[in-house]
Design a protein around this ligand. Sequence first.
Ligand SMILES: Cc1ncc(COP(=O)(O)O)c(C=O)c1O
Length: 400
Amino acid sequence: MLDVIREMEIKSRVYLDSNATTGLSAELQSQLPAFLREFGNPSSIHWASRGPKTVLRETRQELAKQLGCHPLELVFTSGGSESNNTVIRMAFETFAHTERCEFITSQVEHPSVIKAFQNLETLGAVVHYVPVNLDGQLDLEFFNSQLSERTALVSIMLANNETGTIFPVQALAEKAHAVGALFHSDCVQALGKIPLNLQDLGVDYASFSAHKFYALKGSGLLYAKRGAPYVSMIHGGGQERHRRGGTENTLGIFALGLQARRLGETAEHAEQMKDLRDYFEMKLARDISGVKVTAKNGPRLPNTSSLVIPGVDGETLLMSLDLKGYAVSTGAACSSGNPEPSPVLLAMGLSREEAQSSLRVSLGWETTVEEIDAFLLTLKKTVEHLRALQTHGASHDLSP
Ligand SMILES: Cc1ncc(COP(=O)(O)O)c(C=O)c1O
């Protein structure tokens, strides 16, 4: 198969950046236009509100069924960043003037968690950042040593966006609860990649984002367990039972509801993605010398390959692949237009040079073996070309 595929034969672009965002399913694309006619405000009390109100109710019910919680434990938000910021800020407001005024998170969280905690530090909060090792695993000794009856909230992600590393959230939540602390998990990258049940996970709060799960941007969820403290961060018209003011993003919620019905397919897609990912990594090790897969030895998402390709600058490689129609990523730092190496990879103990030679390939439900084969061929040629340029000290010409 590989031999017969030439780069020129790729008719369309190949998307291998599903951890950044996912495409829309054909079903969703065909159904969205009809919903545009449902323009009513769900808070109104006339005919125009009935359609959107029903969508809100049915989406909440479907999500609750699929995620293993009660519908009223779900709050619609604008996405993962808002959900993360809401939990962290409200925990601070709840506990700021009590004996429980410390927080624990990890060094490899998404910026919407790290920066929310850094902001709390400016307000006087004590935050402990759990380090990770070269396999991406949390330093549990550090975690245990910082966890105490002074801990208000622990926030540890379920799966890392850059390496795909899965953290033992269930066990950590049990430990946090044993000292009376609350537990939040950023589950944004886990949805649709590994089966997920909130009751089993045992957390008090969880964040989700619709656009990482084949629905629309600007829409997400915050799970808040019944009885867990809740302080609204957006005051307004009393929507979401006074937990999040603002007229609901009805189109985004409609899309999320349609996709939620497909959550049951997760295990099947996870297996397909893992087979493809393992195939990709196996061929990569054979075809390109010196490639290392980051965090390969621990549990990780089935769709994510975080690579270090020595002798190649990750940014240059990314741009060169883009010119040939392949969308991949060098990690979170690049996505913010920041040329600094990824803080996640540095926290794992990679050198700056290694972190600058990194590439993230993240597969989706629709990725095919033909796309992987074509990508492998292009990647091999591009890496060889860039390495040759480096060796001969030539100027940056991206096309072989
Ligand atoms: C782990 C993680 N948390 C949170 C977010 C933010 O989600 P949103 O884009 O919906 O704000 C992202 C998006 O990249 C993410 O990967």
